[in-house]
Structure formats: structure tokens, C-alpha cells
Design a binder for this molecule. Structure first.
Ligand code: APR
Length: 278
């Protein structure tokens, strides 16, 4: 599962034994069989929020973990993931994202990504709906077959021009000497990522979907970064049952009605199977 070519600093799974405290996989609130559904015309709408934990077993590092070995324990986010840092030292910021882009291109979707693509497909076949919102900047959901993925923090395989605002697919390293393919401006391209202090994308669409959902599930996220960490409270306020799927309890774990703990590649396929049977 782990790709040897990946940069060891960005790959927390290298050489670490798995700590598994799997809970029983069937948790009442985790499958959308709720009273709320009774009130609707039987079409079910599931809202899934994913975080770095869903891509961890594809060899892409998480940012924070209880062992203190996440990316932000090794690199200073204020020097690498803010617009101010980019203005101050674009080469260092671009080099950091170049390494992550190369890692991503060498990575593969894992069974958790594949299961969520299946969930999208099979819910749609039954006239139900999945809203898949990710904090991840990788394209592993899409590579696993998910058709509709809402990237609230942007996408690593895109570059955006700060002059004409155009976004471009970008698979190679990005340098300050690169020109925007649309306006030809040199040095204005930046990774199309939402940095700390910037507004995430698609918040209105996300808010509408949260209000309309029958179930809210957060997968592989630490609940440390807002506004995503606040979605569970919003869902609760709208009377939506909530479920956490994670390796360990997130910072906002107490806000969830239910939880399933263990590695995403094991828990998510089982949860999807159970949910589609419900
Ligand atoms: N399976 C399931 N969960 C896992 C796994 C795994 N194999 N490995 C780690 N996790 C869990 C960790 O326990 C942790 O709770 O995934 C979570 C990852 O948390 P973070 O690294 O904080 O990632 P995330 O919540 O997505 O970060 C939010 O912060 O740095 C910014 O913009 C960045 O989108 C990111 C945001």
C-alpha cells in the first residue's frame, strides 16, 4: 500500500506499526436510517466530509496526529501555507508544494476512496444522493471514480494566476519564472490552494447541502481547522444525525452522535457496504 518512491518526510506511514482500536462497525447513527428520512419522499441525501486521514494510507502525509509526526510538526505552516509567506519567499513555498505534487503523482487511490466512489454511484442508481466535500488538495477521490467532489481547500494539480485569476491544470514543478498560459504574466502563478487566512471555496453550496442532508459523516479529519470543523455543529443544528469515522477521536469527537474508529481503508468500505444495505 505504501509507495517507496515517496518523500519519507511527507509519508508518515513509513516504518510505523498500525495502532488499531476498531470499534464495532455498526453504529446506529452511521447509516442514515433516521427519523428525519421518514419526513422526506424516501430519497436519501448523505453528506461526507473527508480530510487528510482518508489519503494517509496512499502515502500522503496528514498534517496533525497525536504522535506529533504530522506535516505541520516538521514544517512551519506560517512559512509555507499563507499568502504572506508566498509574497515573502515564493521559491520556498513553491518548492514545498512541488515536492507534495510529485508525491501525489506517485500515489494511488486506496480502498476508502474506491468505496466512496461506489457509494456515489450506487446511491444515485437508487435515486439517492451523495455530497462529497473534501479538505484534501489531492485528486485521489477523482482517480478512484468519484464524479462530484467539492474541493473546499483547492487542488494541488492546478495553478492559479493572481493577475487574471485563471486556473490551469499543472502537473509539473511551478517556478516564479513560469508565465500564465492565459495572460502571459510571469511570476503570478501560485498553487490553486486555500492557504491559512484565506476563504475556503464553495461555502454556500456546502451550507445548502448540510441543511438538506439526512446524514453527516466526517472521515479522516482532526476537527482542528474551521470552517470544516464546524460543519458537525451546523448539521446537528439542522437535526442531521452525525457520525465520525477516524483512526482516533478527533478534537470535536464529542459533537458526533456516533463514531467508527480504525484505518479508513478498513472502516470506510465496511461502512459503505452497510449503508448501501440499509
Ligand atoms: N484512517 C483514518 N483516519 C486517519 C488515518 C487513517 N489511516 N490516518 C490518520 N487519520 C486521522 C488522524 O487521526 C487525524 O484525526 O486523520 C486526521 C487527520 O487530521 P489532519 O492531519 O489535521 O488533517 P485535516 O483534518 O484534513 O486538516 C484540515 O488543515 O492543514 C490544514 O488545509 C489543511 O485541509 C487541511 C486542514
Amino acid at each position: 500500500m505504501v509507495n517507496r518512491h515517496l518523500d519519507p518526510h511527507l509519508n508518515p506511514w513509513r516504518g510505523h506499526a498500525l495502532r488499531i482500536e476498531a470499534r464495532p462497525t455498526v453504529a446506529r447513527h452511521c447509516h442514515g436510517a433516521s427519523e428525519r428520512l421518514g419526513k422526506r419522499a424516501m430519497s436519501r441525501h448523505i453528506f461526507v466530509l473527508t480530510g487528510a486521514g482518508v489519503s494517509a494510507e496512499s502515502g500522503l502525509g496528514t498534517f496533525r496526529d497525536k504522535a506529533g509526526e504530522g506535516i505541520w510538526a516538521k514544517f512551519d505552516p506560517m512559512k509555507l501555507a499563507t499568502p504572506q509567506a508566498f509574497a515573502r519567499d515564493p521559491q520556498t513555498v513553491l518548492a514545498f508544494y512541488d515536492a507534495r505534487r510529485r508525491n501525489l503523482l506517485a500515489a494511488r487511490p486506496n480502498p476508502a476512496h474506491v468505496a466512496l466512489a461506489r457509494l456515489e454511484r450506487e446511491l444515485a442508481a437508487k435515486g439517492d444522493r451523495l455530497t462529497l466535500v473534501t479538505q484534501n488538495i489531492d485528486d485521489l477521490h477523482e482517480r478512484a471514480g468519484s464524479k462530484e467532489v467539492v474541493h473546499m481547500h483547492g487542488e494541488l494539480l492546478k495553478a492559479r494566476c493572481q493577475s487574471c485569476e485563471a486556473a490551469h491544470a499543472w502537473l509539473n514543478d511551478l517556478t516564479v519564472g513560469d508565465a500564465c498560459p492565459r495572460c502571459d504574466r510571469v511570476g503570478a502563478l501560485r498553487p490553486d490552494i486555500v492557504w491559512f487566512g484565506e476563504f475556503p471555496h464553495h461555502l454556500h453550496e456546502i451550507d445548502r447541502a448540510l441543511r438538506d442532508a439526512d446524514l453527516f459523516v466526517a472521515i479522516g479529519t482532526s476537527g482542528a481547522v474551521y470552517p470544516a470543523a464546524g460543519f458537525v455543529a451546523e448539521a446537528r443544528a439542522f437535526g442531521v444525525p452525525t457520525c465520525e469515522i477516524n483512526l482516533e477521536a478527533a478534537d470535536n469527537a464529542l459533537l458526533f452522535d456516533d463514531a467508527l474508529y480504525g484505518p479508513a481503508t478498513e472502516i470506510v468500505p465496511a461502512w459503505v457496504e452497510e449503508t448501501l444495505r440499509t
